[in-house]
Design a binder for this molecule. Structure first.
Ligand code: 5GP
Ligand code: MG
Length: 184
């Protein structure tokens, strides 16, 4: 698992870190920023599975425009305690991004490895422009210099669940974001 969490301990959802209302407001703000920036030419919207599925679903329903939406899957391999900086991108083969604008949407940026490696991979296909959006950002944990073009919330250095973020694939359906606490 990702930092601090151990297999020996049991965890349950802890306090609310970001409320449902805060998230809904922020998603609407990001949608407005999108409309403004892409008013002349829409990008292909590329949410990264699985974590961003809820964010993407809410975000696109706040849009007044109709961008193409293509999900991709991105998994890092190597050590499972920290992102290795190597990612495998699935689902890209049948998406033609050459000479098109692309906006990648992620749930959260932590070390920055996943997003940076994904950006490198996508650039090989010669998009006209590549921008990135993340709903949550943990700049304090960054291992490489990476700044997304559109950021929702800057969050504290703790492991978060809800609104797409999982712990062992659970808790993604919580409408707000929580931290985890150890079960006694
Ligand atoms: P990075 O490569 O930036 O270190 O990792 C990004 C990925 O790590 C995210 O897409 C997400 O899957 C996972 N991640 C990072 N921080 C958290 C967190 O607080 N909670 C959960 N559930 N996943 C996280
Ligand atoms: Mg992820």
């Amino acid at each position: 698992m990702i930092y601090n969490l151990t297999k020996e301990m049991k965890y349950e959802i802890g306090s609310v870190v970001i409320s449902k209302e805060q998230i809904q407001l922020k998603v609407a703000e990001l949608a407005n920023a999108f409309e403004e920036y892409y008013k002349d030419e829409l990008p292909i919207l590329m949410p990264v599975l699985t974590g961003s599925f809820i964010f993407a679903a809410d975000f696109v329903r706040n849009l007044k425009s109709y961008p193409a939406i293509r999900f991709i899957k991105c998994s890092s391999y190597g050590s499972n305690t920290i992102s290795s900086g190597q990612v495998v991108v699935e689902g890209l083969r049948d998406i033609d991004i050459c000479c098109k604008r692309v906006l990648v949407m992620e749930d959260i940026i932590d070390t920055g490895y996943t997003f940076a490696a994904l950006a490198n991979e996508l650039k090989k296909h010669n998009p006209k422009e590549l921008k990135t959006m993340a709903l949550f950002d943990k700049p304090s944990r960054r291992k490489i210099n990476f700044i997304a073009d559109f950021i929702g919330f800057t969050v504290p250095d703790e492991f978060l669940v809800g609104y797409g973020l999982d712990y062992n694939e659970q808790y993604r359906n919580l409408p707000q974001v929580h931290n985890l606490r150890e079960v006694e």
